[in-house]
Design a protein around this ligand. Structure first.
Ligand SMILES: NC(=O)c1ccc[n+]([C@@H]2O[C@H](COP(=O)([O-])OP(=O)(O)OC[C@H]3O[C@@H](n4cnc5c(N)ncnc54)[C@H](O)[C@@H]3O)[C@@H](O)[C@H]2O)c1
Ligand SMILES: [Zn+2]
Ligand SMILES: [Zn+2]
Length: 376
């Protein structure tokens, strides 16, 4: 079938994107779902920094590609062998398809699924197939989803079925921002009541992490961002200490403003200075956790003797380090109970043909979780 989609043909376009227009809205061909796949109608697609990083070249991917990975959608057709989804069901897309039978999947770590990672790196679905074409040329899928489009064919393993009582605008948030941010806190750091925490970077991922720190009963929640508006929102969400790094000249200032070091410090910005701040904020015996995805060439110089003498830990967290099927369901339940107020993440909405303007807004650092609304 013919659908409208946002195609990226080359990286490193200059900003503003409203002028350089890296994403071309064009008609492409979408094949029917193969075995184990589903045709979905995309309702709302979130704008994540990981999409922006493909546009800037910080997260290089094979092109041309239909971008987008955070979305809420409605099932249109279940392909052969998919018996647990019906037309009209609501799903949230998940950006690592997990095969369920490789070694990491068997160890309960689907975020590390080997065939899933290989398919994402190749720009194919989990089946190894391309279902998107333009003028006879295959278009790559973005991490198994490609939701900046009216419809998508995705692996059954790239989505989680949800109840139909959330709006698609709410539901989309759970696909990446909430799954990643809350998961880093709940699954990877395992923050407990009374612990001390800091979150550096308050985008969709960082604010979700901050909400999870509050929900888990952290007694100190330090919020760090370059935007005073985001710090004000963090205060409303339960942050106890607010820091704009522009106001701190050195590490000693940073620690004073934070009320001292913390048990768990999160880099949710994806920038080396943000990781450095999170590492500086981590207490003796504490853990620095990062979900940030900066350019692969960017590195942090690790002070080894401090790591040993203070028994410090550093952890990466991908896809919220848990079981998306279980986690999305329980995070939605926490939201409905008012304990994870993720509706506060919602930023502006755009139409599909305004997607480049949307990325200018994300790049400005001022927006919350902006989204493309594709259908009611
Ligand atoms: N690990 C995963 O599974 C996963 C999933 C989604 C996104 N990500 C990555 O997480 C990061 C955050 O994503 P997002 O969509 O929330 O991004 P975003 O652009 O919406 O938010 C980033 C925030 O970090 C702030 N920031 C930047 N540099 C800072 C610094 N030095 N100190 C303090 N704050 C700083 C910005 O002001 C902004 O508010 C990105 O690197 C993204 O690629 C990872
Ligand atoms: Zn994302
Ligand atoms: Zn697997």
């Amino acid at each position: 079938m013919k659908i409208k989609a946002a195609v990226l043909r080359s990286m490193a376009h200059p900003a503003p994107y409203a002028q350089s227009r890296p994403l071309e809205i064009t008609e492409v061909e979408l094949d029917p779902p193969g075995p184990g796949e589903v045709l979905v109608r995309i309702k709302v697609a979130g704008l994540c920094h990981s999409d922006l990083s493909v546009i800037t070249g910080d997260r290089p991917r094979g092109l041309p590609m239909v971008l987008g990975h955070e979305s809420s959608a409605e099932v249109v057709e279940a392909g052969p062998g998919v018996n647990d989804l019906r037309p009209g069901d609501h799903v949230v897309t998940v950006f690592v398809p997990s095969c369920g039978c490789c070694a990491p999947c068997m160890r309960g770590r689907p975020a590390l699924c080997e065939p899933g990672a290989a398919a994402n790196a190749q720009g194919t679905l989990l089946s190894g197939e391309h279902r998107l074409h333009l003028d006879g040329e295959a278009l790559n899928h973005h991490i198994g989803v490609s939701c900046f489009a009216e419809y998508a064919v995705i692996s059954r393993r790239s989505c989680v079925k949800i109840m139909t009582d959330l709006t698609h605008r709410e539901a989309a948030l759970f696909g990446c921002a909430v799954l990643t941010g809350a998961g880093a806190v709940i699954n990877r750091a395992r923050v407990r009541a009374g612990d001390t925490t800091a979150v550096v970077g308050l985008g969709g991922v960082g604010l979700s992490a901050l909400m999870a720190c509050v929900a888990n009963g952290a007694r100190r929640v330090v919020a760090v961002d370059l935007s005073d508006e985001k710090l004000a929102l963090a205060r409303e969400l339960g942050a106890t200490h607010l820091i704009n790094p522009r106001d701190t000249a050195n590490t000693s200032d940073l620690l004073d403003a934070a009320g001292g070091r913390v048990d768990h410090a999160f880099d949710m910005a994806g920038a080396v200075p943000a990781f450095e701040a999170a590492y500086a904020l981590t207490d003796r015996g504490g853990t620095t956790i990062t979900s940030g995805l900066p350019n692969p060439s960017h590195a942090f110089k690790l002070p080894l003797s401090q790591m040993v003498g203070e028994e410090r830990e550093i952890k990466g967290s991908y896809l919220g380090s848990g079981q998306p099927t279980v986690d999305i369901t329980r995070y939605i339940d926490l939201y409905k109970a008012g304990r994870l107020p993720v509706n506060r993440l919602m930023g502006q909405t755009f139409m599909l043909d305004q997607v480049n303007e949307g990325f200018d807004h994300l790049a400005s650092g001022n927006g919350l979780r902006d989204a493309i609304v594709l259908a009611d």
